[in-house]
Design a binder for this molecule. Structure first.
Ligand SMILES: Cc1ncc(COP(=O)(O)O)c(C=O)c1O
Length: 350
């Protein structure tokens, strides 16, 4: 194994699991939240980045001066930039207007060259336009290397080897449901492959966004970075998950804001989606007893978007978010962090 591979391999450490109690319609439910914000660059994409770079290194060494190109909603770009910088390699991050301003600035600060693609792809997002740009860059610069989170099998593999086993180890012994947000589907495919291999009867729920083609969600606009995709996943098979739930942006944002208000914990938008999907099952006829929600990132990077009233009004979601909060409160929703105890931390404007 090269020194570079060893260094990349040691960039990952296990992330913590917190427990919240959700009071809903007069009943209390314990829910575990696996907090991927604890990764070095603040999101689950640290894992994906390590997996992708290890596979690229195996294919041809990532020598100083190597230029890596990737289409990213931001998190993978930050993770790749953080790993490539010390290797004297460079990242070109192809992003779109849904990437938050804080993430855009952080990418530049981490040394990435940022290419902003603002041509909608006709499927509720920008992914297909971003991928066209990546292909153009690689065609005009034959030395550039594309890490390809959408097609490289190293993406699901790293989650089968790290995220899945951590969940199995940290979760309550009676773990009976896991909720995972999907975009490339790499996280879900890897987590599912590991959990299925344990033989435990765990229901795996894919959480998608309106208009996404990953699980065939109904039409709609997508605002939350990292959720959904304008094409089906290359990694997911129908047996990778037992059910899918589509969560509207306003419901996910309302969930994030209520978690922050009640516990001081600032979650990212896709974590709000995942928790909302879990809540819908908890309110159903056969609620899971020991569910776990995989929370891909934290709220810090969304202070000027999802957590900002002015932004919500500007994107026309303020009323819908307020209605969603009122409905959930009317159902008696209250959230309490039981472990570890919360230190109140508002998302910081950067
Ligand atoms: C915040 C966030 N949530 C969810 C996901 C979905 O992960 P995956 O691409 O593995 O399906 C991502 C991926 O970009 C993300 O950044």
């Amino acid at each position: 194994m090269s020194t570079r591979s060893a260094r990349l391999g040691s960039a990952l450490t296990a992330t913590p699991a917190a427990t919240v109690v959700l009071a809903l319609r007069g009943r209390e439910h314990h829910v575990q939240l696996k907090l991927e914000s604890a990764n070095r660059s603040g999101s689950i994409k640290d894992r994906t980045a390590v997996g992708l770079l290890l596979s690229m290194e195996r294919h041809a060494p990532l020598l100083p001066g190597t230029v890596v190109v990737e289409s990213t909603s931001g998190n993978l770009g930050l993770a790749l930039a953080g790993l490539l910088g010390p290797m004297q390699c460079r990242l070109i991050a192809v992003i779109d207007p849904r990437t938050s301003p804080a993430t855009h600035s952080a990418l530049v600060a981490a040394g990435a060259e940022v290419v902003l693609v603002d041509r909608p792809d006709g499927h509720g997002g920008y992914l297909l336009s971003r991928l066209d740009t990546v292909r153009d860059l690689c065609r005009t610069h034959p030395g550039h290397r594309w890490s390809d989170q959408y097609g490289n099998a190293a993406n699901p593999r790293i989650h089968r080897l790290t995220t899945g086993p951590e969940i199995a180890e940290q979760a309550h012994p009676g773990l009976d449901a896991v909720y995972v947000a999907v975009s490339t589907g790499g996280t879900l495919a890897g987590v599912s492959a590991h959990l299925r291999s344990t033989g435990r009867p765990i229901r795996i729920v894919a959480v998608d966004a309106p208009g996404s083609l990953v699980t065939g969600a109904p039409q709609g606009r997508r605002l939350i970075p990292g959720m959904g995709a304008s094409r089906p996943s290359a990694f997911l098979a129908r047996h990778s998950y037992d059910a899918s739930r589509c969560v509207a942006d306003a419901e996910a944002i309302a969930m994030c804001r209520m978690v922050l208000a009640d516990t001081g914990l600032a979650l990212g938008g896709s974590s709000g989606s995942v928790l909302h999907a879990c809540l819908a099952d908890l309110a159903g006829d056969h609620p899971p007893r020991h569910p776990l929600c995989l929370c891909p990132d934290g709220g810090d990077r969304y202070a000027t978007t999802l957590y900002d009233d002015g932004w919500l009004a500007a994107v026309g979601e303020a009323d819908r978010v307020r209605d969603a909060e009122s409905r959930l409160r009317a159902d008696g929703l209250r959230i309490r962090l039981v472990e570890p105890r919360a230190r109140r931390r508002e998302p910081q404007r950067q």
